[in-house]
Design a protein around this ligand. Structure first.
Ligand SMILES: NC(=O)c1ccc[n+]([C@@H]2O[C@H](COP(=O)([O-])OP(=O)(O)OC[C@H]3O[C@@H](n4cnc5c(N)ncnc54)[C@H](O)[C@@H]3O)[C@@H](O)[C@H]2O)c1
Length: 360
């Protein structure tokens, strides 16, 4: 239909033509080894416009039809979280080489495990879209810790706004990434939910906070929607501190005489994520966003809810497969004091989809 088509080896498709899909499209378009051949969205005008803007030859309303006709090598799942499991499992059944599903991996552990099983059964590589792992500042934080620049890491803290499954999923993933992806031994959490708050059609808390212990002894604290502060992870070591965000990083130790800024490489995270997917398909590496890491982040988030539900320290990996926030609300443990369902991402909805009750 349009655009100069690359004669690249791996045929990629995108399901869901909304905001994050733009980043996936640019990742495929900027990677020599991939060509974006089709996209799908239930809103026809969105699919058509997305295809036009990104030089994609075909678009569909039915993503299953797209998978059957296009027989892609790589599938991006860019819809809201409640559809991640269904779409990943449907894509896996068609046996592409890899699936790149957006974060959070799913809305509960049962769904996340089913996604892993479907991909293993069909020998499909599954990665979760925590693309910030490719940012120069994040990788520099990981390298500083590994080099001992701040001694032995002892404590790490995360503070973020806009929901546990939304923004804090990146923060939890960040803490594990910069520490070298340790397992998490336990979580102790508390939740407040007085409004009927949702985020992309998934029930959300008003705020949540707690603690983790990582294998190896690093203690973490997290606060989501508690304080108006956004830090993916602030690191305290025996001999110094590391402070960073997406585009900058500084550290502090006995030799730096105050905070020392480190220049960070500017990385196209979307393209880097796709590039590493190609290397993984070709068995030249394991993707840093392999689903095992997305699953750990699910355990951390669901464990925080489960700790609040059961009033106890929850050992990870945990056993409860349902979403404990749903269990608490449905059991009357978190009565809504300010009625009226609302979604903090309702601004993404268009046309008739503005009816929030119909978006699940
Ligand atoms: N990695 C990141 O930094 C990042 C950033 C933003 C969003 N996300 C994640 O990406 C996902 C999508 O978020 P978004 O902000 O792009 O949402 P969005 O609303 O902008 O886009 C979602 C699209 O999916 C389409 N859709 C819905 N049902 C469909 C179906 N059955 N078949 C095909 N298409 C369908 C919608 O019409 C919409 O165009 C979420 O899970 C979110 O958490 C990740």
């Amino acid at each position: 239909m349009m655009g100069d088509q690359k004669s690249a080896g791996y045929r990629a498709v995108i399901i869901g033509c909304g905001s994050i899909a733009n980043s996936h499209a640019s990742g495929y378009n900027r990677t020599d080894a991939t060509a974006l051949v089709a996209c799908a969205d239930t809103v026809d005008a969105k699919a058509a416009d997305f295809a036009e803007r990104n030089g994609i030859p075909n678009y569909y309303a039915d993503y299953r039809e797209m998978l059957d006709v296009e027989k892609p090598d790589i599938v991006s799942v860019c819809t809201w979280h409640p559809l991640h499991a269904e779409m990943t499992i449907a894509a896996a059944a068609r046996q592409p080489k890899a699936i790149l599903c957006e974060k959070p991996m799913a809305t509960n552990l049962g769904e996340a495990e089913a996604m892993m099983i479907a991909c293993q059964r069909n020998q499909v590589k599954l990665a979760i879209g925590f693309q910030r792992r490719f940012l120069g500042a994040w990788t520099e934080a990981k390298n500083l810790i590994a080099s001992g620049a701040v001694g032995k890491p002892e404590r790490i803290s995360h503070t973020r706004l806009t929901g546990l499954l939304n923004a804090s999923s990146h923060g939890f993933d960040c803490m594990r990434y910069i520490l070298g992806d340790p397992k998490v031994e336990w979580v102790f959490g508390q939740v407040e939910r007085k409004t009927d708050r949702y985020e992309r059609s998934v029930r959300s808390e008003d705020c949540v906070a707690g603690f983790f212990l990582f294998e190896g002894g690093v203690q973490a604290s997290f606060q989501t929607d508690v304080v108006p502060e956004n830090k993916w992870a602030f690191v305290q070591g025996t001999d110094g501190l590391i402070d960073f965000d997406d585009g900058w990083i500084r550290y502090f130790n006995a030799e730096t005489a105050g905070w020392k800024d480190v220049e960070v490489e500017e990385v196209d995270a979307a393209a880097a994520q796709v590039g590493e997917l190609v290397e993984w398909i070709e068995d030249r590496c394991v993707h840093r966003n392999e689903a095992e890491n997305g699953l750990w982040t699910m355990h951390m988030m669901m464990g925080a809810y489960e700790s609040a539900r059961c009033h106890e320290v929850v050992r990870l990996p945990m056993q409860t497969r349902a979403n404990p926030l749903d269990l608490m609300v449905e059991a009357g443990q978190l009565p809504v004091q300010y009625p009226g369902r609302y979604d903090i991402r309702s601004f993404l909805l268009e046309g008739e989809a503005m009816n929030l009750e119909e978006t699940e």
